[in-house]
Design a protein around this ligand. Structure first.
Ligand SMILES: [Zn+2]
Length: 124
């Protein structure tokens, strides 16, 4: 019974060390057995999943707050003409929101701050 518990403890410690060494990049590929490889893969996959889930949740919270605070105010403000300027240093003019300076993805309003556009083709 106690021997089994000790074995479990040792195994856990070994796996922790294995993962640490693998993350540090000091573990050669030929030293890893197939079982250890599977363990590393599964652990990293679940960690990435967790990070992605956390990121998605924070983005949706951010967008929700933006949609109920910034966008309604921007929608009420006076419409402005679209600003045309370079974005990717390729000599092409891209439409920008005059209020917040972000790229305009819609023709009638800014998707980031809700500001409406009065004139789309200002210079072209
Ligand atoms: Zn904007």
């Amino acid at each position: 019974m106690i021997g089994k518990m000790l074995d479990n403890c040792r195994e856990k410690r070994r796996k922790k060390l294995l993962l640490k060494r693998w993350l540090a990049g000091s573990l050669p590929d030929d030293e890893v057995s197939a079982q250890d490889h599977k363990y590393i893969q599964d652990t990293m996959r679940s960690r990435i999943k967790k990070i992605k889930r956390r990121f998605r949740r924070s983005v949706s919270i951010h967008m929700f707050i933006r949609n109920i605070t910034i966008k309604p105010v921007g929608r009420l403000l006076r419409p402005l003409p679209v600003k045309w300027q370079e974005e990717f240093y390729d000599g092409i003019l891209y439409p920008h929101c005059p209020a917040c300076g972000e790229l305009a993805y819609e023709k009638d309003h800014c998707v980031f701050c809700g500001r409406r556009f009065s004139k789309w083709d200002d210079q072209l």
